[in-house]
Design a protein around this ligand. Structure first.
Ligand SMILES: [Mg+2]
Length: 380
């Protein structure tokens, strides 16, 4: 597949980066976030702060401190950014040229996305425009979606779904795992017959479970996300052939090439684009356009981000192709206190406004940043 030519967006020139910092924050979750692979009680987020010409751009890395969701961690991202990616950035080069150089580093999409995000936010601030406008999309209201982690009892799960429905979330995702699947989905579906409901297994099943997973076809789910291995595409195609419910891939798609493979094999009918997982906003937009051209639904996945990463996902969802509600939910669903001054809230119809103003449209609160900071490193 030939490399795409540079878009006008990719022709912005990189400034001299006067100061670069890595800041790690750790915020307690309102509820522990349980998945089939791990339960997290805190959000530990690595932030990148770039300063140049009086403009300060923040970005948030989506990696966890552990390698249980995917292989990158906050420690590997610090290493790859400090020792390999940041040294490739030369003042005067275009962002497109820098992203081409980043291809020399294999993998490490979360690290690449963190740097790319910060550069794009800096360009938006310097030009006095919102990030979505820099990316080429007008502001619009974003659909909301909530991801409900595994709960100890079905009553707790039903209570969580009940409050999401009351808030008018456009879709509800529930995590499932072996032993907490068919009967738990049945309980939710019986109580909420019209709800846009989907499930996410985070890779807990194998193809041997196909007959069991077929039982989920009875519940009119909008999709089943990543039922099989985090690294598989082909077996998902075999499973999709045996299910009526659309499959959605998350963990196993890291690049545009992965997406073309998945679509060619009919391994999924929906794609979860986590901009951090696929190497950044530019690659996300490219994937969304390709998926749209192939009749594949796309939505923006979340990684329980702080207000910085949450804002990036909101801006991204103004782009063409993001046709389905994603994982973007209210800040209060995760944190009682965030490090940015503008919490994400739903309007009375469940929509989310793009934060107004230049860049991400959010302000990092210095006091809250200090309160939750557990590590900082001045790189330059
Ligand atoms: Mg997922």
């Amino acid at each position: 597949m030939p490399e795409p030519s540079q878009t006008p967006l990719e022709q912005h020139n990189i400034p001299l980066l006067e100061r670069i910092d890595f800041v790690t924050v750790k915020l307690p979750f309102v509820h522990p976030f349980g998945t089939s692979v791990q339960t997290w009680t805190h959000k530990e987020a690595l932030l990148l702060r770039l300063e140049s010409g009086g403009y300060v751009a923040w970005s948030e890395c989506v990696a966890d401190p552990d390698p249980f969701y995917l292989s990158e961690t906050t420690s590997t991202v610090r290493h790859i950014m400090r020792d390999f990616l940041l040294p490739l950035i030369e003042p005067g080069a275009t962002i497109g040229e820098v992203m081409q150089k980043f291809r020399h580093v294999r993998g490490h999409e979360m690290a690449k996305a963190t740097v790319e995000n910060a550069l794009l936010v800096w360009f938006a601030l310097q030009r006095g425009v919102a990030l979505h406008a820099l990316l080429g999309w007008p502001a619009k209201k974003i659909m909301s979606g909530i991801s409900i982690g595994l709960r100890d009892t079905q009553t707790e799960l039903l209570d969580a779904v009940e409050s999401a429905v009351a808030k008018k979330y456009h879709r509800v995702k529930m995590k499932i795992m072996k032993g907490k699947d068919v009967e738990w989905v049945r309980a939710v579906r019986e109580r909420f017959p019209d709800l846009q409901l989907m499930v996410d297994a985070n890779g807990d099943y194998t193809l041997d479970d196909a007959a069991h997973l077929q039982k989920l076809d009875a519940f009119a789910l909008t999709m089943i996300e990543q039922p099989l291995s985090y690294s598989d595409i082909y077996q998902h195609a075999l499973l999709q052939d045996r299910l009526r419910t659309p499959l959605c891939l998350d963990e196993s798609l890291h690049t545009f090439d992965d997406v073309t493979t998945a679509i060619a094999l009919d391994a999924c009918r929906v794609i979860n684009i986590k901009q951090g997982r696929v190497g950044g906003l530019l690659e996300s937009i490219r994937i969304a356009r390709y998926a749209m051209e192939h009749g594949i639904g796309v939505w923006s996945g979340g990684m329980d981000e702080t207000g910085i990463g949450r804002a990036v996902n909101i801006h991204l969802q103004t782009a063409d192709g993001f046709s389905l509600p994603g994982d973007t939910s209210e800040t209060l669903n995760y944190f009682t206190e965030d490090i940015v001054e503008q919490p994400v809230v739903l309007d009375r119809h469940g929509f989310i406004d793009v934060p107004p103003g230049p860049g991400l449209g959010i302000t990092v609160d210095p006091q809250l940043l200090m309160k939750y900071m557990i590590h900082s490193e001045r790189v330059r």
